[in-house]
Design a binder for this molecule. Sequence first.
Ligand code: DX5
Ligand code: ZN
Length: 226
Amino acid sequence: MTREAVKLAPSILSADFARLGEEIAAAEQAGADRIHVDVMDGHFVPNLTMGPPIVRSLRPVTRLPLETHLMITNPDKFLDDFADAGSDPLLVHLEGNDNLHRTVQHIKALGKRAGVVINPATPAGALEEILQDVDQVLIMTVNPGFGHQHFLHTTLPKISMVRQMIDRLKPECELEVDGGINPKTAPLVVEAGATVLVAGSAIFGHDEGVAAATKLLRAAASRSAN
Ligand code: DX5
Ligand code: ZN
């Protein structure tokens, strides 16, 4: 099946926070498709990062969507604040949410694109009933909480399974992966069916800079058998 070009979503978790605006401008200039903002609360995951004020400050510095990945307990409580600050899409985890459908409807009522995220141990089948209602699915390819972790190869069969499920139920739904994506792992996930790649350290932690890193990752992503 012919697919659109793979999209790249640099995660600012690995950027230099003192130069966040410049880092994002560099990613945009290098051809990034969206900016991935990792929000952690020290409870849902064992790390703390950023909140709506950072999204609000970043909104005017780029034309790219500020895709916001909420790794927080009770995301419903903060959806309005993030939407108001400029987040779109809003991505929420399936784990720990007993009212996922309500959360997704809340995001849509705010006029934003909605995405559901699953952790490495969550089975593909858990997505089946929510798929029709979302614009994208994000499969974690590391355990959420930190950048610079190794890609979990055991997630590859799950990516393929979700690809099939999407093709069957909602072909326009994006299939995104997050964690340990670099020029070595990118061809594997694209081959398995991913259409959007999140990359933090491979882009913002690269010795040769953001532009060279983005180019390398894009080349690797298009090297998979198309
Ligand atoms: C991990 C975050 C990722 C992280 C990816 O919990 O959700 O978005 O920034 O970082 P890398 O690409 O370095 O694995
Ligand atoms: Zn993320």
